[in-house]
Design a protein. Structure first.
Length: 474
């Protein structure tokens, strides 16, 4: 027995095939719409035309009747005699009926009809009849008729011509709709061909061309397609960057963590297999703790690097750089009691940026000065420069940094020759990354306190709300 799920799936596939069979091109739909519109318009015009032709023929017949009646109604009985003498080919029928029942008529006798104009069928022929009592004795009714069979034939012929013209108009409308519809939908076809040529292997940075055909809808469609493709390309780029970051994170983590993990495994083997005295055991445990701290520090730094690589412009918000510097200085003095940090910033230094990233860069710069430079004094400065940049600098009185290492230390896992043991080699790499994320750069220069100066030069992407005012804070 077939399950209901399979039956519904089969019905859905059949419906989809039928739907595909009923699919038509836009050009065909334009031609069909033109033909349908022509049918409606031609049908209305044809009906009006045929009605007008019929009414015109009847009007002409009525005019002829009125013209003949001016003569016949003078003496209708005598007119019957005259018409009888003229014979059956005179094409006029006249019947006179009196109140006493007597009647005079031509060879074609017209039926009794009420007063007025009527169309009747007599002996297989159609007559237009005028029945009147005008200028007649009481009780006399005169019926005067003329044959309209030939007129009806002419009307039928005219109708056929009208119908033929209507059919030709519909066919012409469909043909012209097909012809001009092809020109109308050509911009859409061009967009389709451009999409086909673009293909999956196209360069994500290649912009989609906006159609310049002058067709507003096509240009809007091309613009919408271009926007959609740009979003897809951006999403693909972000996904590729995320994957690359993940690979880099995994590779670097495996490489950098192998050494401390191997040392920790060796220490654990020693603790498990050897009989150590208390001093040796404490030394092994201290080594284990140092390895654990190194692993933890490295993982935390790698996590921050990965988070920075995945940030984008949407994460940038208005940031008070002066406030970040002040908070970083107080935290640094709390974590490094021997370090004194002074602040020299503008009162309000607002820009668009990543608050967490900028704070991380300043924290790492101060930590690098205290931990690896042995500094006891540092100066954090932040000012809006005249060249449209914001310059953040950290000066210290530490051991400094050799000139030939000032660029290399920004690489990941590079440790300077004067760096203390236990670092991950990622602190300055995080500083450089944040500078790049803000569209700026990081570099070292000679310091004002005897050590070295770390400078972050960032583009100013915010307007100052007040005039900058330099203040000195300790």
């Amino acid at each position: 027995m077939t399950s209901p799920t399979l039956e519904s799936a089969a019905r859905r596939r059949i419906w989809q095939r039928k739907r595909r069979r009923r699919s038509y091109s836009l050009r065909t739909r334009v031609a069909a719409a033109a033909a349908l519109g022509a049918i409606i318009i031609v049908a209305v015009l044809s009906w009006v035309t045929m009605y007008a032709i019929e009414r015109n023929n009847l009007t002409q017949a009525d005019q002829q009747l009125r013209t003949v009646s001016r003569v016949v109604l003078i003496e209708p009985v005598l007119a019957v005699t005259v018409l009888g003498v003229l014979g059956p080919n005179n094409a006029v029928a006249l019947t006179v009926r009196n109140s006493d029942g007597s009647m005079a008529s031509t060879s074609v006798q017209l039926p009794e009809l009420p007063v007025g104009q009527h169309t009747v069928l007599v002996g297989g022929d159609t007559y237009r009849v005028l029945t009147t009592t005008e200028n007649q004795p009481p009780g006399r009714v005169v019926s005067l008729g003329i044959p309209t069979t030939e007129t009806e034939h002419a009307t039928a012929e005219q109708r056929r011509w009208v119908l033929l013209a209507a059919g030709a108009a519909v066919a012409a409308a469909a043909g012209l709709g097909w012809l001009f519809g092809g020109r109308a939908v050509r911009p859409i076809e061009n967009i389709t061909r451009q999409l086909d040529r673009r293909g999956p292997a196209a360069d994500p940075g290649t912009p989609f061309p906006v159609d310049g055909s002058g067709v507003r809808e096509a240009e809007k469609l091309a613009g919408a397609v271009g926007t959609m493709l740009a979003r897809i390309d951006r999403a693909q780029t972000e996904t590729a960057a995320a994957l690359e970051t993940a690979r880099d994170f995994a590779a670097v983590s495996a490489h950098e963590l192998r050494t401390p993990l191997t040392a920790m495994r060796t220490d654990l083997e020693v603790l498990r297999t050897l009989d150590l005295d208390e001093a040796q055991r404490l030394e092994i445990l201290a080594d284990l703790q140092r390895g654990q701290n190194r692993v933890e520090t490295t993982l935390a730094a790698l996590e921050r690097l990965a988070a920075g690589d995945l940030s984008n412009e949407r994460d940038h918000v208005e940031t008070d750089v002066a406030e970040l510097c002040d908070a970083a200085a107080h935290d640094a003095m709390r974590h490094f009691p021997t370090l004194t940090v002074r602040i020299d910033t503008d009162t309000e230094l607002i820009t668009r940026g990543l608050p967490t990233g900028l704070r991380l860069a300043i924290d790492n710069a101060l930590a690098n000065s205290a931990r690896h430079g042995g500094a006891t004094e540092a100066l954090v400065s932040a000012h809006r420069a005249v060249n449209g940049h914001i310059v953040i600098s950290v000066d210290d009185n530490g051991r400094g940094l050799p000139v030939d290492e000032r660029e290399a230390v920004f690489a990941r896992f590079f440790r300077g020759s004067r760096a203390s043991k236990g670092g991950s080699g990622l602190g300055l790499a995080l500083v450089a990354q944040q500078a790049q994320l803000h569209g700026g750069r990081a570099y070292f220069d000679d310091g004002r306190l005897g050590g070295v100066r770390l400078v972050l030069q960032l583009p100013d992407r915010g307007e100052p709300r007040t005039e900058p005012l330099r203040v000195q804070r300790d």
